[in-house]
Design a protein. Sequence first.
Lengths: 114, 111
Amino acid sequence: AQSVTQLDSHVSVSEGTPVLLRCNYSSSYSPSLFWYVQHPNKGLQLLLKYTSAATLVKGINGFEAEFKKSETSFHLTKPSAHMSDAAEYFCVVSELTNAGKSTFGDGTTLTVKP
Amino acid sequence: SQTIHQWPATLVQPVGSPLSLECTVEGTSNPNLYWYRQAAGRGLQLLFYSVGIGQISSEVPQNLSASRPQDRQFILSSKKLLLSDSGFYLCAASHTNTEAFFGQGTRLTVV
């Protein structure tokens, strides 16, 4: 079985400061991991994905995430927050043996203060 | 590129009325298809997934049903809506172990 835990339901940062959104996962097999962003009343946009290649993954809009198998973590970071980064972020795990079904974390709401 | 069309964008329906939400996929064939529901302030809950025409798996017991009459068409239905069916519904498509692509969602309010 697979599961995802997003450790913070809300994160607030000031514009220009670093962003850290934490995610831990559980998976019986080698998982694929994803981060999605959702702006209000919109669909989900893929930020980045890990599929067993390089452990440090770079995504769009300056985001990156590092896959740490020993810690079962896939934290999302960005060196400098922008006002447009304010949104909901979802960490997602998917397993090859599970018909590709994705399991979502409960989401982290990122607020960016001016 | 893969595109998912989902409609309508918003819907207000009375309790007890039927529901039909449609999702179509372009740019790929034989996708896995999914319906998710997002309740207010919560993550996404998988409702149904389909690995092929006529093949539907339900993840949670509920008042809804799903059908896949064509390879790239996925329909979410209800015969009688409940207040608890309100939420944001997202259709998604993927191939095994690849990222999922999402439609823009339908905001359903049952009154």
